[in-house]
Design a protein around this ligand. Structure first.
Ligand SMILES: [Zn+2]
Length: 144
């Protein structure tokens, strides 16, 4: 069989069969699997649900994983926090759209320095109740 370029690293290799498009390097196989999984999740809702349940089960068994990851990777953590702000803003910038699924972890002991003023929708995540539209006003620290 003729050699072909790997779809990930572009290095020529001899495929084991006609369907093989990625070389056998671990990095290329990881990429192939990740792409397969991404596509599978998009087209198979049952697979997506099972994957989510499996992830949740693993996370419950390893509750400190993300805490340790953030401690070990401060630059990635900082980058992700900045990108999450952008995603939150982009997702909720459409007019009259309720704000949902904002990921935020704030320490209640620290002063809240966020620019939240205006009308927002409070959407319960756990209790079964209707969403409520609320108005937030910024109260200056001198009013304590
Ligand atoms: Zn490769």
């Amino acid at each position: 069989m003729d050699s072909i370029p790997c779809l990930w690293c572009s290095v020529f290799f001899i495929p084991r069969n006609k369907l093989q498009q990625y070389c056998s390097k671990p990095e290329c196989q990881r990429k192939r699997k990740a792409l397969w999984q991404k596509e599978k999740i998009q087209r198979d809702p049952e697979y997506k649900e099972i994957k989510n349940l499996s992830n949740q089960k693993w996370l419950n068994a390893n509750p400190d994983y993300w805490k340790n990851y953030r401690r070990k990777n401060p630059k990635k953590t900082q980058r992700n926090r900045m990108l999450q702000k952008v995603r939150n803003h982009r997702k909720n910038s459409e007019p009259d759209r309720p704000i949902t699924n904002i990921i935020a972890k704030m320490d209640a002991r620290k002063p809240l320095k966020v620019d939240l003023e205006g009308w927002f929708w409070l959407i319960p995540e756990i209790a079964k109740m209707d969403a409520a539209k609320v108005l937030f006003h910024v109260i200056q620290e001198c009013y304590e």
